[in-house]
Design a protein around this ligand. Structure first.
Ligand code: TRP
Length: 347
């Protein structure tokens, strides 16, 4: 079932917020590429979503939204394993077991915890232990490579530390994973404020392009995108300027090099250039949007695809979990914990 010649790839994606062109470029696009080169698992991390204030009805909807979007952007349920974290009970169990080898001090140094807890009146314990759950996600699958954004470096480092501490304390159990960080297209900036990253939560409606935006909405957003005064269509990534961002976006959308695009649009006016960028993004996203709409309309099929994914995921995660229990000295459950863990949850 597992192919040992290909590196095991694992990534987790939060089911919250409307996903942007930035998420596509730095995330979804890389996930699809790994299908050819790796043995890949993509986990909709719904258990992570309850660490901040949330609405239960939204969580269910956005879990299905994200599943549809992952398939719409090109993940194939035959080649990759796409599943919801809560459908595989090993994740919640691993987080508890791994908390024994996670340092309280290290958790307190996580910048994401500090940022997300700042100024809140209620800070959940789950927000603090979030990185332990994430470490379990990765380690249960004996993962080699973890494609993630730059903002997740510290969490990955913690996962590696946890793996090493467990291996040292209880015997060799986990593979120690490495991060894969996007190079090109990893930082798509806000169309209105090109010094800031395009963000699900922080960007304005006009500043962010959503993967499921209509073609007209996309055209409008590019038409009103901020450009630089008097510099022309020139690429200068250091300046974090609007035009450079638009060139990067067009390069992502068309697969053409920045040099090539500069040669074509160097003498064009901003209006013409922005229109061309908008059109290239419409061409990229329109088919994705159509597939998304079709998939999202068929919840039974989505549920079925997630059930197939969860089944495949359990077959890999459960043996690792069993080994963890065993190495940590828990008495064996006579009926076999495996049967309990493998029981499909009311899908
Ligand atoms: N914390 C990650 C994020 O916010 C999501 C995540 C959860 C994840 N578990 C993971 C990413 C495991 C990679 C691997 O982006």
């Amino acid at each position: 079932m597992t192919d040992n010649s290909k590196p095991r790839v694992f990534s987790g994606i939060q089911p919250t917020g409307k996903k942007t062109l930035g998420n596509y470029s730095g995330g979804f696009r890389q996930y699809v590429q790994t299908q050819a080169t790796g043995d890949a698992f993509f986990c909709i991390v719904d258990l992570h979503s309850i660490t901040v204030d949330y609405d239960p009805a939204d969580l269910r909807e956005s879990t299905l939204d994200l599943a549809a979007l992952l398939f719409a952007t090109g993940l194939d349920s035959e080649k990759s394993t796409v599943f919801a974290q809560s459908h595989v009970s090993a994740h919640a169990e691993a987080a508890w077991l791994l908390s024994a080898v996670t340092s309280y001090g290290q958790l307190g140094r996580m910048t994401q915890f500090k940022d997300k807890s700042e100024g809140r009146e209620f800070i959940s314990a789950g927000l603090f232990t979030y990185p332990v759950l994430m470490a379990g996600d990765i380690l249960l699958y004996q993962t080699d490579l973890v494609p993630i954004g730059d903002d997740q470096r510290q969490h990955l480092e913690l996962a590696r530390d946890v793996a090493e501490r467990f291996n040292f304390r209880f015997g060799e159990t986990f593979r120690v994973p490495s991060g894969v960080f996007p190079e090109v297209g990893g930082r798509i900036m806000d169309l209105q404020e090109p010094t800031k990253k395009m963000s699900t939560t922080l960007s304005s409606e006009q500043g962010a392009v959503y993967i499921t935006d209509t073609p007209d909405a996309i055209r409008k957003k590019f038409k009103s995108a901020v450009t630089d005064s008097e510099r022309g269509v020139r690429y200068d990534p250091e300046a974090k300027a609007g035009v450079s961002n638009l060139l990067e976006i067009m390069s992502v959308a068309t697969g053409r090099s920045i040099d090539d695009l500069q040669a074509e649009f160097g003498d064009a006016g901003y209006g013409t250039f922005k229109e061309a960028v908008g059109e290239s993004v419409v061409e990229l996203l329109a088919p994705i949007r159509e597939r998304f709409e079709a998939l999202r309309a068929d919840e039974r099929e989505l549920q079925r695809l997630l059930a197939v994914g969860a089944e495949k995921a359990r077959r890999v995660a459960d043996p690792t979990l069993e080994q963890m229990y065993d190495r940590m000295g828990f008495a064996k459950a006579t009926a076999g914990r495996l049967f309990g863990a493998a029981r499909p949850r009311g899908l």
